[in-house]
Design a protein around this ligand. Structure first.
Ligand SMILES: [Fe+2]
Length: 382
């Protein structure tokens, strides 16, 4: 099987990365940025701080701060309108997965035309998007370095998965100093999202030695640092380690893709407007329980990476240990206990399962499921 490896051409990581990146951006000759972000980051002053740095490097800025937690087609259209009005020649996304995904939607439609809906699926666009620099403030969705773009279609109440080589940003920036203000709940949810990326990529049918190395290292770092980053948001070392871990997990899933956790979590996010990381954290053990039928040996590796002594465990015992370790980490960072707590209703499950089976993320799950299987996994997680 041929493996293709997608990643932004420049990736800047570590304390002080933003300053360094903006100097690089100036060197690329861009003149006017559409800064795509959200209100909470405006309110804590982070947007003003980055805009000031851009302006100090002779880059004009127009800010679109209307991105919702699950970005919508309306958000994409609003940003696109501003981009056209102000003649922006590149896009800067500032935030977590929501601003990055929205910015990808804007940048893709800016050069390809039509509606973001036209690009649902895999590699549907003809041209590269408008250049996008993604400055990340969470750890994380890894959207700042992937070709995945998830946009909610408000009419159909579904999240569209747009997986397109043209949505890869030209530069990703991960500066842990921008992550210090992230609240504990968001740190936990986004960290569990990163863990899900790594585990799903590791058991994916498209995994290869490069993605395996990234996924296992990501799992190790998350197991060692997530609880510390949640307990003390000012722990810059834990923040920096989590920034590296989520980036590694991104390298893994951007190339090995994902599985049913994401395919199912997208439906919960799209229908009930629930937080992505929390949905993943709750579904991850149940989907891996299902996957253990074919991937027990891989899940044993996951247990080992999470710090379990697997030397005396066979594959099935190792898989069980991985599932327990995932549940223990979720509990340690105060993830809700089940989907019922989030308001998910049993009567909606057949419809959610229908849509989950159409989500491109599920195509690389190690065991292909029936509609009844997906319903059962949702039910187990209630
Ligand atoms: Fe995710």
């Amino acid at each position: 099987m041929v493996a293709k490896f997608f990643i932004p051409s420049v990736n800047v990581l570590g304390q002080g990365a933003v300053e360094d990146a903006i100097t690089d951006i100036q060197g690329l000759g861009f003149k006017h940025a559409l800064v795509v972000t959200d209100k909470p980051l405006v309110n804590i002053g982070l947007v003003a701080q980055v805009v000031e740095k851009l302006n100090a490097h002779n880059i004009a800025t127009t800010v679109y701060d209307g991105v919702q937690p699950n970005p919508t087609m309306t958000n994409v259209n609003q940003g696109l309108e501003l981009l056209k009005q102000h003649g922006c020649d590149f896009v800067v996304s500032l935030g977590g997965g929501s601003p990055h995904d929205c910015a990808k939607g804007i940048a893709l439609v800016a050069t390809n035309g039509g509606s973001i809906k036209d690009y649902e699926g895999v590699d549907r666009s003809a041209k590269p998007q408008m250049p996008l620099v993604a400055i990340n403030t969470t750890a994380g969705t890894a959207s700042e370095m992937t070709r995945f773009c998830i946009i909610t279609d408000e009419e159909r109440h579904i999240k569209m998965a747009i997986v397109d080589k043209h949505t890869t940003p030209i530069m990703s920036v991960n500066d842990p100093e921008l992550m210090l203000a992230k609240p504990a709940g968001l740190t936990a949810a986004t960290g569990m999202d990163a863990l899900t990326h790594a585990v799903e990529a590791y058991v994916s049918t498209a995994a290869n030695p490069i993605t395996d190395a990234c996924a296992i290292k990501a799992i190790e770092i998350i197991a060692q640092n997530l609880a510390a980053a949640v307990a003390n948001g000012q722990d810059i070392d834990a923040r920096e380690q989590m920034a590296y871990a989520q980036f590694l997990a991104g390298m893994a899933f951007n190339n090995a893709s994902l599985g049913y956790v994401h395919a199912m979590a997208h439906q919960l996010g799209g229908y009930y407007d629930l937080p992505h990381g929390v949905c993943n954290a709750l579904l991850l053990p149940h989907v891996q329980q299902y996957n253990a039928q074919v991937s027990a040996h891989r899940l044993r590796d996951v247990a080992k990476a999470m710090g379990v002594d697997v030397s005396q465990l066979d594959d099935n015992q190792g898989a069980c240990a991985a599932i327990e370790a995932i549940k223990a980490l979720a509990a340690a960072v105060n993830i809700p206990k089940n989907l019922t707590e989030l308001g998910v209703k049993a009567e909606d499950i057949p419809m959610l399962a229908d849509n989950a089976l159409n989500d491109a993320c599920g195509f690389t799950n190690p065991k292909q499921a029936t509609h009844a299987d997906i319903c059962q996994i949702f039910t187990n997680a209630l």
